[in-house]
Design a protein around this ligand. Sequence first.
Ligand code: NAP
Length: 235
Amino acid sequence: MATVLITGANRGIGLEFARQYLADNWQVVACCRDPDQADELRALADDEHRLQVERVDVTDHAQIDALAGRFREPIDVLLNNAGIIGPIPIPAHIGKQHFGSLDYDLWERVLRTNTFGPIKMAEAFLPQVEASEQKKIVSLSSSLGSIAERDTPAYAYATSKTALNKAMTLLAASLRDRDVIVTVVCPGYVKTRMDFGTANVEIPDSVAGLRRLIAGFTLADSGTFTRYNGERIPW
Ligand SMILES: NC(=O)c1ccc[n+]([C@@H]2O[C@H](COP(=O)([O-])OP(=O)(O)OC[C@H]3O[C@@H](n4cnc5c(N)ncnc54)[C@H](OP(=O)(O)O)[C@@H]3O)[C@@H](O)[C@H]2O)c1
């Protein structure tokens, strides 16, 4: 039975990943900041015990190391989903990400979550990924991090994803000869808490597309940036 570890699995895209992988008979290690508040996630538990809920704040490196030290099973897909765009509601706070009124503490928090978090997870769980059959590390990026495609001036969020993209291409290169596949993907503009009001992709459609992509990834795809619908995104 294949295993996926998902960060930020208590809501939005992460919760739907957990739901769909469980429905597909995967073993799911669903991580979230506060399992006691994760009612929707815990409700996915079944009699076969294929859902394991773990407490992980991706900015807490000691917590990540502790889980990696305890969790010795192979992980076929390490799914770095957890991320923040900044304080909610987005329109009230987006000025903090605009040049001239930048909030550098916020920028640092966004980088710690969206960039360092996935890299730290990859560092901590690499042995479990390498021990698996599929050996995949997939991180949720955003087309807002693409220098070529977008110029939305959300400095903190956009740069956190650009840096994530670069870090994951470095990792893809360094792990290629160990047969580990490392990719970044964009889920589209999805109707989650990150919706500014104009999102046009339903959560189940995005996740179904991403799961199809992930299932098809081979070593030849390592180091690529792909949208949920299969389009390659220019860096
Ligand atoms: N929605 C979109 O249109 C869109 C577009 C491009 C990329 N993405 C990316 O897709 C991913 C999922 O986003 P979403 O749309 O599902 O947003 P969401 O509904 O806001 O969910 C984000 C998830 O990340 C978790 N999280 C945030 N900070 C965390 C931390 N420090 N440690 C652990 N978990 C943390 C949240 O947990 P809490 O509930 O505890 O806050 C939540 O479970 C993100 O990486 C996002 O950047 C989304």
